[in-house]
Ligand binder design. Sequence first.
Ligand SMILES: [Zn+2]
Length: 1016
Amino acid sequence: MESFESEQAPLPRNMIENSMFEEEPDVVDLAKESPSYPIDSDDVVYEPRSSRLLVRGLGENDLDEEEEDYESSARLLGMSFMNRSSSQRSAASYTRQQPSNSCSMPSAKKTLMGILVLVVVALVAVIIYFVPRCTFSKDGCQKANSSIEQLYPKASNGELFPWTGLRLPASVRPVHYEISLQPNLTSMTFQGSVAISIVVLQETNKIVLHSYNMKIINGTFQDEKVNILEYKPWQQIAIKLSKELKKGENYVLKIHYSANLSNSYDGFYNSSYIDTNGKRRVLAATQFEPLAARKAFPCFDEPAFKASFVIKITREAEYISLSNMPKATTANLSNGLFEDEFESSVNMSTYLVAFVVANFSSVSKNVSNTLVSVYAVPDKKDQIHYALDTAAKLLEFYNGFFEIEYPLRKLDLVGIPDFLAGAMENWGLITFRETTLLIGDHSSPIDKQLVTSVIAHELAHQWFGNLVTMRWWNDLWLNEGFATYMQYMSTEEVFPELDIDNEFLSVRFKALAKDALNSSHPVSADVSTPEQVEEMFDSVSYEKGASILLMLSATLSKEAFRKGVIEYLRTYKGCNTQSEDLWTSLSQVTNPHTDVAEMMDKWTVQKGFPLVTVTKTESQVKLTQEHFVLNADNATDRSNLWHIPLTYVNDTCSNSSSCKQVFLFKNKTATFKVSDKVRWLKFNCRSDGFYIVDYGEQGWRALIEALKENVNVLPREDRAALINNLFALSRLGRVSFRQVLNLLVYLKNETETAPLTEALTQLNHIFRLLDKRSDLLLVSRMTTYIFMVFGDLMDSQSWGEESSVSKQALRSALLETACNLGRPNCTDQAKRLFDQWMTSNKTEHIPGDLLKVVLSVAAQTKEDWQVLLDTYKHSIYDSEKRKTLEALASTQDVRKIVWILKAGLDGSEIQTPELPLVISTVCRHSAGYLHAWDFVKENWDKLTQKFLIGSFPLQSIIMSTTSQFSTKTHLDEVERFFGSLKDRGSQMRSIQEAIETIKLNMRWMDRNLATLWKWL
Ligand SMILES: [Zn+2]
């Protein structure tokens, strides 16, 4: 899934040393699939603790607590995908293969290991035999007379619900689903039936699966009526059987149910839009990731429970229906309706199932063996051609890059009005926000950059995520980090004119800023509750995940990295994996051999990143590493170490890739020698590594002097990184703000987008903090300072058409700041363009990258604000519509601010998925900041009905409305409010982040206000 940033585009969510598992992961499988143990099989939760502890019990490599937590569910899938020849890669062969449905790694060496393990397992079985009824839990054996009533919760009918875990039992697994749905787009309800074929893995007398917010009409098991119990808090249903189900046997569970089409943005939900004739049109679409397939049909809703699906949808004649697979048949029903049946799917996780019922237009073309189509509402059918060409080029690229052909015969990309995420990678049926798919005549190259990179992200998921899936949500980064990395890599390769590298650099800086907070979390983090799963869709999974993959790729070489990825996809296709599996595959292709797991584990299991401090005394260079953590309580954590693939250049050779020196920095300190002639060193070449460097006072001075002499002494990414790192060190309290201002002096000679926009972003951040303190004199001095540094550049920007994306990005950043700070040259030009636009009845074109700044200036007058509101309501160009909305929300008129917040919440005149954008835009200005905070407090319950607790939109709303506070009064208020929420969201990580950020702002003000007064 692509989360959607509220500002602009999505600028975007174990150590096992020498373990036999690391080299031979199939050991775990064999242990798991060994003859049945005399234990209560239903106590084996879908996690691998049992197999891990088996080894521990035998005195093999003991694993610490942390390692154990990161080892997730057992590999239940088998050999079929491994042994398939290339000729069997079609969707049909997938389907035929699926009943065996298991994955492991075949090799002679492993077979030998397997035999060894079978012996171990036999021994363990003997031991277990003598310890009957013992479960492999940390608590050891359950007491024989423990009270069942105390363990099991009550189902909604008062009977005991036979399961006690949030994760489903591993005693059965689904093989195939037949789902039939009859949505009614008038009553906004649907009827459904599902027949689930299951196979029994361990003897059991119960079946537990997920279901949420549906009315179960009846159920049968092997065609006999059964009583279905429901435990709502865990979104589970269960049947209890009088007889034990036999291991290896297949059974069929059927359930009939009905439900409302969801009013939120997940599950099977209703969506609507107003067409150009002013008529409201309705449609129904799905969004299941992460946990909402259970809202559309009862299912085993965990990513490792892969199965095949046959989907049938009944519809009226005026609609079409789409699903993951091509349509097989359409039947004319006697009641005038039609029933579409889709081909049986490849084996996949429930969160990837999708269907849409709508009246859409489309265009198609063939790429290799796949028919690629783009769908949108009929009014926007002129805007779908760019996406079709782009998707076709990227599909061709990925087919070649991964050396595994996309396995389905069709790939649909569908723009959904009223869609919350950026896009969703459902296999064969990718759904998008209209903004991330549609390109009209007036779209700018920056709009194309966004659409291209989102398509690149979702297409990458067809391999990373769909073909190979993380075993559990703790490793979501395997999906999202990879898709994010690939979106930038492939866009740069296939569309170099889109200048995506600047964008990726700013994404890495953003990831560093988030991960610097003490409230951050490891890339691979323990999760169990639905809220925790939602929270995984954040900057760490997406942006840090992508950043550490870039670091690895730069270390191993792009080609070695690609080979390792191919090895990984071939080994695990159709299966579920965890981080270690990726490292193992990458290690296998390195020459000389690199232990990738040893290097990368620290980056995924430890939160944060290292600060490398460089001290150069003549020819001696000393390095130290420590955890870079912005901790509001001043506690420091010096124990964590990383294996840093450190890179550096020096002044004698600094600007070509051949100058780069590399070494792996594993220890607390290291020293090395350089020539006496070396004046300065610059580490972390092109900012490919995920760490920050402090050069000490002398080192910084030497670098700043060098840049003042000649900016081109370093590549632009390095210049941007110096600015970024120095601001970060100032926040950490390592350097004074005076030193930051010293560096910025060099900007007079800077012309490149990356360093200029980085400096502007950092200064704007400080400006906003000061602005929110209503410290008018200091705000005015800061404005003067920004104009002193950037004023000439601001005034020299053109307002005409510009084809370079990089130049567009620079001028829109400069002009938005200039007009926002009231620079007359800017506001006058903006007004002129707006007037021309109005007098030409909107036919005179405003360049797309300038639209936001021009409309935002206009929105400050009462009359033009009304004109813009009318434009917003009627525009069929989504990027124009969003920029108009941002302009509307930038008003300083408090009554309008109150209105727009309310309209966004009720969804009548402003679409509710845009509410996070409205709030973040309002919060940029002092006029609306406190109103937005009051609005969040007053409407908290309504907000959490629209946006799930923990979800990315809610994270964004919390941070927008609180992150600019820097006083004790506001800190107390924020703590008091969120503390009062209790189970209505008070546990969210973003609340800790908000509180921590306010404390850090307060600390920064304490330390730097005097400097600002003195030097600005
Ligand atoms: Zn994604």
